[in-house]
Design a protein around this ligand. Sequence first.
Ligand code: GLC
Ligand code: GLC
Length: 629
Amino acid sequence: MAERIIGEASSGRRMFDMRLERSAPDLWPMLDRLYGDHPAYPAMRDALLAEMQKAWKARPAALKELDLKRDLQPDWFQSPEMVGYVFYIDRFAGDLNAVHDKLDYLESLGVTYVHLMPCLKPRPGNNDGGYSVMDYRAVNPAYGTMADLERLASALRERGMTLCVDLVLNHTAKEHDWAKRARKGDPAYRDYYLMFDDDTLPRAYEEHLVEIFPDDAPGSFTYYDDIGKWVWTTFNEHQWDLNWANPQVFLEIARIMMFLVNKGVNVLRLDAVAFMWKRMGTRCQSEPEVHMILRALRAVTRIVAASALHLEEAIVGPAEMLTYFGRGEHDGREGNLAYHNNLMVQFWSALATRDTGLMTHVLRTHFPEHLTNATYATYIRCHDDIGWAVTDEDAGALGFSGYDHRAFLSDFYEGSFPGTFARGALFQVNEETGDKRISGTFASLAGVQKAQELSNPEMLDDAINRILMGNALIASFGGIPLIYMGDEIAMTNDYGYTDDPEHAHDSRWIHRPVMDWASTQSDPDTPAGRVLAGTRHIYARRKAVHAIHGIHPIRVLNAPGRAVFAFQRLAPAGTLLCLFNFSEEWQELSEDWLKANGVVELYDQLSDAPIETRNRRFALPPYGRVWLT
Ligand code: GLC
Ligand code: GLC
């Protein structure tokens, strides 16, 4: 009897009401502020409530059980158990059904979180790597069907793995049904996008906008002869920006989110969120309304699918990035996860200069020690280019020019700077601002490719150690570390993309190779074998060290020695002191300094062995990394 009552309460109407009550303050007040004056708002509000009730009713029992489980363990996504892996379905396995056969491999790496790169139905032809979606309720037919996705979601859930899927909500493909109707002249759908009769307003906006793809998609607007209108297209011509000032757009996307989480998607990676709100006279990035929208969307998901999270993609400077975790009035109520692109940028910057001064300054001054109900997605490489998000102010604080430093980093990682270890490619050079972004795989940027070209074993050792140091950094910083497909076997740049007419214009394809399965069986003394064994070891150790849990504060320290980066994880049971050597020189640290910063046992949790000191000094090898207790 009691069991039945609890069962009903946890899955029935009463539970919905409780969940609604919990998240109502994050939903209605935000919508009131965003859309209160819009004539369509009252009807949209009613429709949204009805849709949420419907989605809750339709939510499968197994997912409702997971919701309850996550509610009982709200810090689950901050746990050291979390290790992510990111891949393109076709390049990794072929199609969705073939992914099942690869799950043992992922498990052997320690992976508990799987991010499928864009898998919803894209427009035909060039589709920006799947980010130009024409149908959010269908899977890319090249990968399978929605039923296949659901099946994979269950298989992952049975293994205790979390499934992350991209949701592009800043724009749709121009082939999306809404866009087609808008193009035909349906006024309701015209209002889903941002359309202008002449170029007066577009020109006025352009004065303040930053170009995203200046090389091959210059400008942020496109003129269509057939309709005589300018359409807002921030990214590519085929990606039409949605008009988030229209409450109907909110409702449509909310419905899609509910649809996806009910298929078993656990994390929605919200793409390019910074661009969702436009305001004349601004860059139209990270406007306050963006955070209201994201908070309200988060509330919708939380009501219908409490176990699902939002990962927000905002590749911006340090102070701006933090707002996506919900700052100020939104504290703890917005994204659960956001990419730590600043940690990533600073990793590459410090590697190139062998100097951690800027890294320490940026991470100490801009980031709090603790986030509420949120954590970072940490990574070293992803499918996108690296943009040098180093501000003039931060560079200035260290006494150098931001412009020069960014230019140096591009030259260094492109491979043209004298003495560089990197091999990369430029991406979207902006002649006007001098901005140059960089493409390249982890291994090629870290020196593996050049060492192999020169058959230089010492250079190769350094390169491998850079890769393992990067992994040890993102594994211990707090948050969910993301391994990008192929990096665990040190895959180098794939230059073949230039032969594919759909990819040739976009150097990001240099680091989107086809998975080299043969290399996962490599001898332990090959680069692939060494990186694979090292990566496995690091993530196994991560899981064994509780101080790494995301709830424990991160305190970045001013380490002695210019090449050492140091931070503490302040766990109540004892501090973990993590040290990384960003140079090919040995670095000495005194035992006194280690002890003053919380080290008691002189034990390295990463190698799982005591460290040796000589004359009360500890020497950290080239590219060495330790997690000391
Ligand atoms: C995101 C994606 C990127 C894509 C862009 C436009 O930033 O990561 O690959 O080009 O959005 O959708
Ligand atoms: C810009 C955007 C980011 C996108 C990237 C694609 O950096 O801010 O959202 O992923 O371009 O290259």
